[in-house]
Write a protein of this length. Structure first.
Length: 103
């Protein structure tokens, strides 16, 4: 199996640089909120981080970059990554209950 390295092209870098220059980076959700939120342990915190990303002007660029880099974990572009792949949600820590109705 061969792996290919995804190299950024000059035009891609130029387009991304223009977009980032137009955006006030100090107002991006990942810049104004606690950085730990994007790597949170609690599923509710992860969902909150994903929701913050949905209206971000660089959301698509962030997601594309994370996919290309195969980010090992965290919220990137409104999606949760684990071992380089997008997963739908974070599972809570610990073992699941044997009986879902047990309290």
């Amino acid at each position: 199996m061969t792996t290919s390295v995804l190299e950024p092209t000059l035009s891609n870098l130029h387009d991304e640089a223009e977009l980032v220059a137009e955006v006030d980076a100090d107002r991006l959700p990942c810049r104004v909120n606690d950085p730990e939120l994007w790597f949170a342990e609690l599923p509710s915190d992860v969902e909150f981080a994903k929701a913050l990303c949905k209206d971000c002007p660089v959301q698509q660029m962030c997601l594309t970059g994370a996919l290309e880099r195969r980010e090992p974990w965290g919220v990137w572009g409104g999606e949760l990554f684990l071992q380089g792949a997008v997963i739908p949600r974070k599972r809570p820590r610990g073992r699941p209950r044997k009986d879902a109705t047990a309290a």
